[in-house]
Design a protein around this ligand. Structure first.
Ligand code: ADP
Ligand code: TYD
Length: 219
């Protein structure tokens, strides 16, 4: 088993994952813990190319199965190139989205079901499981509005388009939301849910949740 600690952030677009991931990374690094922060899709050179294929709404849309395969192509590379090596060195790995995203978006949103996702995870990622998953589920409409606003700002500033998923209708995101709730019900020991709250409030609750797990990691 890898020696480090593997923490993932999950939730709808705009739920605050990247913000909370950054705050936790800074807090842990300030206390001297070795931390590797990464995200999916992306986080490797190959993954960044795959991210462009998946998210740019100006490019042609992949079929649901192609989308699923690309998510796992990205993840298999990230697991072998970044996540496993960092865990083996004893790092705390913070990953902004992991396989729960695929189960929620492709399994739930695209209606491919959980089974194919979990089977591919076992086959392509060696079944690597997070030690703890921080699932951010604030108000549904508020987080989607925030994601759309943020993407519009980024598109204005950089010309980059990451809008493919944000263009989906709210029925799609309702299915994603429900799939996340189902994962949390299925795995209460791994998945901890966080609802509404200010950025600082959620950060404080996350820090409290993570604290007892740190004893296993050398600071
Ligand atoms: P995600 O990575 O889940 O898409 P982000 O961390 O990028 O979400 O947050 C999306 C936007 O919402 C950002 O502009 C961020 O500052 C804002 N935001 C994040 N968390 C909160 C919160 N708890 N309350 C209000 N705004 C938030
Ligand atoms: P991300 O950059 O985390 O978006 P956001 O910051 O808006 O939450 O992820 C990009 C999109 O990719 C997001 O809409 C969710 C989607 N996605 C999947 O559909 N399946 C997956 O397995 C992953 C990792 C992401």
């Amino acid at each position: 088993m890898p020696a480090g600690l593997f923490l993932t952030f999950e939730g709808l677009d705009g739920s605050g994952k990247s913000t909370q991931c950054r705050l936790l990374r800074d807090r842990l690094a300030a206390r001297g813990y070795p931390v590797t922060a990464t995200r999916q899709p992306g986080g490797t050179r190959m993954g960044d190319s795959i991210r462009g294929l998946l998210l740019d709404s100006r490019k042609e849309s992949p079929s649901p199965h192609t989308e699923l395969a690309l998510m796992f192509a990205d993840r298999a590379q990230a697991v072998s190139e970044v996540i496993r090596p960092a865990l083996e060195e004893g790092h705390i790995v913070l990953c902004d989205r992991f396989t729960d995203s695929t189960e929620a978006y492709q399994g739930g949103g695209r209606r491919l079901g959980s089974r194919i996702v979990l089977e591919l995870h076992g086959l392509l990622c060696g079944g690597l499981q997070p030690d703890l998953t921080l699932l951010l589920l604030p108000d549904f409409d508020r987080c989607l509005a925030r994601a759309r606003q943020r993407n519009a700002r980024a598109a204005g500033a950089t010309g980059q388009d990451e809008n493919r998923f944000e263009a989906e209708d709210s029925a799609f995101f309702r299915r994603v939301f429900e799939a996340y709730r189902e994962i949390a019900r299925r795995e209460p020991g791994r998945v901890v849910e966080f609802g509404e709250g200010s950025i600082e409030e959620i950060h404080r609750r996350i820090a409290e949740t993570v604290e007892p797990r740190l004893a296993a990691v050398r600071g």
